[in-house]
Design a protein around this ligand. Structure first.
Ligand code: CTP
Length: 223
């Protein structure tokens, strides 16, 4: 008989911007899901980010859709603020824990005093969206596009073949019609060459991302 996986919690929450989805994002979300049956992810809105003087490369809708597409995420909501919303969401969804990366350690302890089971998880070292934005400026960008589901194996082979040295950077664009598969995340777990992944609906969106990356590069030249 197959033993059913017993998770520590039923419903859990976690929040973030998740701009230019990188391995640190994947890792923390997988670790959250290991601990609960139902994982709800709050994606920061563009307005909320603006209030924090943070500007993302991808719109809130693109970031939301990416998280929604992850097979192990059960529900996605928008995060408009944290001070009121987190406590409200905790009650509303009958959550048993809120997970957050330990870059915020200590800052949010007042939530613990309010009875929220706030759990800090280790951040993946040496990677962040801010870091990607900086790195992109100095590196050669490889753009791989996956348009069809049956290209998955071929794609993995191509990634393995790419000789990524410290001057190169790999962006993977996946057609939204393809459910980002379990296989892809297993592959990413064992092969860290991909720097970030995004979903696209049409070629216009791929071009838009290329343009944004180029703008980051040009701005660096001007500065
Ligand atoms: N996170 C992580 N490991 C990383 C980067 C992020 O565990 N290397 C976690 C954060 O602690 C947070 C969630 O992922 O719980 C979403 O983080 P977000 O702020 O969207 O990503 P960052 O890469 O930290 O973005 P930035 O550099 O713009 O702050």
């Amino acid at each position: 008989m197959i033993k059913k996986d017993i998770k520590k919690y039923n419903v859990c929450l976690t929040y973030g911007t998740f701009d230019m989805f990188h391995f640190g994002h994947l890792s923390i979300l997988l670790r959250c899901k290991e601990k609960c049956n139902k994982l709800i992810v709050g994606v920061a809105t563009d307005d909320y980010n603006k209030n924090k003087q943070k500007e993302s490369i991808q719109s809130q809708q693109q970031r939301f859709n990416f998280i929604k597409n992850l097979h192990f995420v059960d529900k996605v909501i928008y995060e408009h603020n944290f001070n009121i919303q987190w406590a409200n969401d905790y009650k509303k969804y009958r959550a048993e824990a809120i997970f957050i990366g330990d870059d915020h350690k200590g800052e949010l302890d007042y939530l613990i005093e309010d009875g929220i089971n706030l759990i800090y998880l280790d951040r993946t070292k040496g990677i962040s969206t801010s870091d990607i934005k900086k790195k992109i400026k100095q590196k050669n960008i490889f753009f791989l596009i996956q348009n069809k589901l049956d290209q998955t194996e071929e794609l993995f082979q191509n990634i393995k073949k790419i000789n990524l040295n410290k001057d190169n950077f790999l962006v993977l664009a996946i057609n939204k019609k393809i459910e980002t598969s379990f296989q892809l995340y297993q592959f990413w777990n064992s092969n860290k060459k991909i720097d970030f992944i995004f979903l696209f609906n049409n070629t216009q969106e791929v071009n838009q991302m290329k343009k944004r990356i180029n703008l980051l590069k040009i701005n660096n030249l001007i500065n």
